[in-house]
Design a protein around this ligand. Structure first.
Ligand SMILES: Nc1ncnc2c1ncn2[C@@H]1O[C@H](COP(=O)(O)OP(=O)(O)OP(=O)(O)O)[C@@H](O)[C@H]1O
Length: 597
């Protein structure tokens, strides 16, 4: 076929036909169409149903080019043809044609059944070649008619890539076996035992209005394992995910089961995950069916300040944290509202790029007590005092000599402090030495407004209160290193004891630190943007610095509502709703390093 085209071109060249005619011939050439098809197939990884029959297209093209070069006084058309054949995309096309034509694309499909119905539209014979992947389609039975239908076609799977099977197609036969009257499980058994090619006879679904299925991105707020989910329609196509993982939801047409891929995308084939409403109703059922837990953890009553003695509160926040962990960490981490809540199992996220005129994102360090959160934070502020700054806390403590309101603290009366508590102005607050201390969201905003990077450390249960569009917190979890590195690096580190004395770390402290850190990570991982291992201090600080720079300057996934402009009506409504939801959710912790160090 190609040689005949070559001949035609040669004749055209010798007859010196017009350029448009020549191009017309070239563009109508079947081999060019075959090449384009090959090219498309290669790009889309589709099954080739038009195998090219003409090898060595590129060498034939070179022959033509040689011929054209020999023409004395070439016309414009000859020059144009030469240019076309020489262009990189035509050469790439020819070369892909050759490599595909020389490969053996098996297997050979079986012949079509002899008795085909006259009305071609009424029935479709679909032949798929089974490999080690699942077929990528699920079936369902119409309870009234007993007919078996294609329920869903998995995005990017074998059936989807064939483009021949669609949801709603009525299944008549599988490999010559009529499926009428069979249970879906029996059909699945036929499919499981079929080897090589599988022949489906289907009545295609009447085309419906094409639904636009654009992807949305979600952060998983829970762990999910298809192996433990008995309600999954087909365990083979279920997709597991862990808290904090980013998912691209490619299909939400089914209200119960969505199709998704994990980011970064390593496979074109999606998996089935339960929809948000499905998970919520499951968790609701679970919640109702489980026995009422005997809650032993200390939950501070936000309506009245915690009494120093009852909370075990000391001057040192570190000490307070350690006491709190000792008493309640296991019970707290396993039964706090997060684990039993019926809140959203997925959080919609979008890519956000901070523009230079926007405030910096709030940097929040989270970690188990003793891991070195304060040390890292102090280190950063010492290294770059003009870049990093902590918020100025409020206190009811009297001002000491040399202190200035708005510098060390905002010194306020108890009445004003309590008024601020009632108005949800504090992100964290607590009682220390008989005086109230608190970090307000306004004091964080003040730092950000000055163009500085505000860096705070927070208890993980404070994170929901901090997560707002205005602050756009970037949360970094500080994790302890391996035990050997801990022993090596904490040689001179000192831990504060309950008697307010310092002593070296013991093996028990390391054990406690690892355990608390593991539990914290397990429970709150979905709220962490990054993790830093605090082994060697200089290395951890350098890593932290580069992560913070990335957070401020590069594109990051953030909850979708954070990308809505603040001035918009929608943005204001969302803020109001979030504020209302947060009422009563205030945390009762504090960190006043200036009093501790
Ligand atoms: N990478 C490190 N290498 C060596 N020593 C460290 C390192 N990180 C922290 N330390 C030391 O460990 C001790 C505890 O650190 P730090 O006070 O920062 O802990 P923390 O996580 O803030 O705990 P808390 O909130 O309970 O105070 C301090 O003596 C500190 O100097």
């Amino acid at each position: 076929m190609l040689t005949s085209v070559v001949e035609e071109i040669r004749r055209a060249v010798t007859r010196d036909v017009s350029g448009s005619q020549l191009l017309h011939t070239l563009l109508r050439a079947p081999w060019l169409h075959s090449l384009l098809k090959v090219y498309d197939c290669l790009l889309e990884f589709k099954t080739l149903d038009h195998r090219p029959t003409l090898p060595h297209a590129s060498s034939l093209a070179y022959q033509i080019m040689d011929e054209l070069r020999t023409v004395q006084c070439p016309s414009d058309e000859i020059r144009e043809l030469y240019k076309i054949l020489q262009s990189p995309h035509i050469q790439a096309l020819l070369s892909s044609h050759d490599s595909v034509a020389q490969s053996d694309y098996g297997p050979v499909l079986p012949p079509l059944p002899e008795e085909l119905p006259g009305d071609e539209d009424a029935m479709r014979i679909v032949c798929l070649v089974k490999n080690d992947q699942p077929l990528g389609a699920t079936i369902k039975r119409d309870e009234e008619t007993g007919e078996i239908y294609i329920a869903r076609v998995i995005h990017g799977g074998l059936a989807d890539r064939s483009g021949l099977l669609h949801p709603g197609d009525l299944l008549l036969e599988v490999n010559g076996n009529p499926v009428e009257g069979l249970e879906p499980e029996q059909v699945i058994q036929i499919l499981i035992h079929s080897q090589g090619t599988i022949l489906f006879k289907v009545i295609p679904n009447t085309p419906q209005n094409a639904t636009t299925n654009s992807s949305i991105f979600m952060r998983a707020m829970i762990d999910y394992s298809p192996q433990q989910d008995w309600s999954l329609p087909c365990p083979d196509v279920g997709m597991s995910f862990r808290k904090g993982q980013l998912l691209e939801v490619v299909d939400q047409t089914d209200g119960h089961w969505w199709q998704a891929r994990k980011l970064p995308i390593t496979t074109s084939c999606a998996g089935l995950i339960p929809s948000a409403s499905m998970l919520k109703s499951k968790r609701r059922e679970q919640w109702w069916s489980q026995p009422v837990p005997i809650h032993t953890c200390i939950r501070p009553d936000v309506s009245k300040p915690v009494d120093e003695k009852s909370a075990g509160f000391r001057r040192s926040f570190r000490l307070w944290r350690r006491m709190a962990y000792r008493g309640c960490r296991l019970s707290c981490y396993s039964c706090s509202p997060q684990s039993t809540s019926l809140s959203n199992p997925y959080e919609e996220v979008v890519l956000y790029q901070r523009s230079p005129q926007d405030n910096h994102r709030l940097i929040v360090l989270v970690g188990a007590s003793g891991v070195g959160v304060n040390e890292l934070r102090k280190n950063l502020m010492k290294m770059k005092p003009s870049t990093f700054q902590g918020p100025i806390p409020h206190t009811t403590r009297p001002m000491r000599e040399g202190e200035q309101t708005g510098r060390e603290y905002h010194f306020v009366t108890r009445e004003l402090f309590e008024y601020m508590v009632c108005n949800h102005r504090f992100l964290e607050y607590g009682l220390c030495g008989g005086h109230l201390y608190g970090t307000s969201s306004d004091s964080i905003r003040e730092v950000l407004k000055m163009g500085r990077m505000c860096i705070i450390d927070a208890e993980p249960h404070s994170l929901p209160a901090l997560r707002s569009r205005k602050l756009k917190p970037y949360v970094i979890f500080i994790r302890p290193p391996e035990r050997d590195v801990l022993r090596l690096t904490r040689h001179h580190a000192r831990i504060l004891t309950s008697c307010c004395t310092c002593r070296p770390y013991t093996e028990e402290d390391y054990e406690e630190l690892e355990e608390a850190s593991g539990l914290m990570e397990m429970k709150y991982r979905q709220l962490f943007d990054r993790t830093v291992e605090n082994g060697r201090l200089e290395e951890a600080t350098t890593e932290l610095l580069s992560i913070i720079q990335e957070a401020q300057e590069e594109e990051q996934w953030v909850p979708a509502p954070w990308s809505v402009p603040e001035e918009s009506k929608q943005g204001k409504q969302r803020d109001k709703k979030i504020r209302e939801e947060r009422r009563g959710g205030l945390t009762y912790t504090m960190d006043y390093t200036s009093d501790v160090y």
